[in-house]
Design a protein around this ligand. Sequence first.
Ligand code: SF4
Length: 208
Amino acid sequence: MLTLPFIEQSAMYNQVVTSINSYMATGDANWRSIRGNKIKTFLCPSDVGADVTANAAGGNWARGRAMESGVWLRDGEHNFCAVLSGGRGFLGGTELPQEISIQLWKINPCCPGTLHPMGDARRERVADVLRRVAGSPVFQKLNEGDPYAMGESLGIGAEEGHRRAGELGNVCLWCDEFFARHFDMSTLEARTEPERKALLPVLNGRRR
Ligand code: SF4
């Protein structure tokens, strides 16, 4: 943003300069309204994905600073999991490039990161982690980019996924709730009732 005036983009910069100047003091994020603009200087002629702008991902993840400052996308029907950087295609075998994220040691199927990581990169090979989760119907749904239906194999249908994503305001928060209440990532098994009760306070204290 701050370089815009130096690359002949003063007009765009001036649209949001007030917000930019306020950001450090107040967290004002209205400057993000211009992020969907394409700037030729930054486009590579051979980039076949140049039409997929940051804005195309659809808004801020329900994670980290966006959660703290209240600028996360509130739309339970926006399926972030189905686009690049979401869970879709993390096992490979789709038209999207295969992507996972490793945050320090946490191996995740997506950039936002699941409530608990799929594996520990300090102790496990990434290929072994992917092989382990690939047999789980829950992860197969994430690989299809359909987190609403991730509970179908446990008897929790897509309708319930849509309902809770709507109530929570974001599909990644539904994903968090699913792993906290219904499915243990470490054993790839459904959670027992005592486990659910013990873990709910953890979920309520995190990312909410
Ligand atoms: S729904 Fe879950 S797996 Fe998909 S992008 Fe969100 S946190 Fe990642």
